[in-house]
Design a protein around this ligand. Sequence first.
Ligand code: GLU
Ligand code: ZN
Length: 298
Amino acid sequence: MTASTSPSYIGRFAPTPSGYLHFGSLVAALASYLDARAVGGRWLVRMEDLDPPREEPGAQAAILKALECYGFEWDGDMVRQSERHTAYAEVLNRLFNQGLAYACTCSRKQLEPYHGIYPGLCRNLGHAREHAAIRLRVPELEYRFTDQVQGEYRQHLGRDVGDFVIQRRDGLYAYQLAVVLDDAWQGITDIVRGSDLLDSTPRQLYLQELLGLPQPRYLHVPLITQPDGHKLGKSYRSPPLSEDQAPPLLLRALRALGQTAPSELADASVAEIMRWGTAHWDASLIPRTLSVPEAQLS
Ligand code: GLU
Ligand code: ZN
C-alpha cells in the first residue's frame, strides 16, 4: 500500500464478476490505477456483484488474483455491493415515497417497440411496489459534462433515455443506483472506466444531483475491440488474462493508452512496468476515440 496518499484523489476499479478479466478490463484497470497513483492518490477495488444469477462461479477470486498478479495494489479492504443492500434500500424507499420513483409493471414484450427508451407508460398509474420494477422519473433536460478524454458529452434524459430502472422486478438493485451511492460513500473523486459507460454518465449525474451528492471527474478510456468491431468481453470469448503473460500484456495495455514504454522495459518485471507507468503517466496521450481495435496494438 502506498504511504503517500492524497484525499484529493480517490479512484476505483469496479469489476462485475459476470466473467473474468480480459484485455479490455486490464486497460480500464490500468488507466484508473495509474491516474490515481501518478498523483499519490488512493485506489480502491469494488466488486459489483449485484446480480448473483449472472455471476460466474469463481470469478470474484479470479479477478482479485489477476489484479494481484498484474501488480495492482489497492488501498483498504475490497467492498462488495452485495454487502450494501441496506444502503440501497434506504435511498430507494425514500425516492419512492417522495414520488420521484414509481412502480412499473410493463413486460419486456410491451416495451419492445420503444427501443430501450421507456415511454412512461406507468408514470401516473400508482402501481403497488410488489412484483414491479422501480423506475426513476427523469426530467426533460439535457445533462452534460466534460470528459477528460472524450470531451463534451450531452444527453437529453427524457428524449434519449426515459425513466430508468433502479430496482428490477426480481428485487435486484440496478447498477445506476448502486454505482452512484457507492462512489459517493467511498469518496471517489475520479471515475476512470471504459467508454461503454459514457452514456450511463448523464443518468448518474442526475442521481447525484437529486441526492445532493458531489460530482466526480470522469475519464472514459477507449474500448478495445475485436476485428468484427465488438467489444472484448465474455460474450465474444476473449480469453481471461493469463498469469504468465503479465509483463507483455501490461506493456500492450500501456500502448493502448497511448503511453509508449521504452524498449528497455521489454524484459521488465510487473513491478518495474508499474513503476514506469506511474512515473510517466500522461492522460493527455490517451487516444481520443471511443474504441481502439485490438489488432492495432500487436
Ligand atoms: N461494474 C461495471 C463494469 O464492469 C463498471 C462500473 C463503473 O466503472 O462505473 O462494467
Ligand atoms: Zn411500465
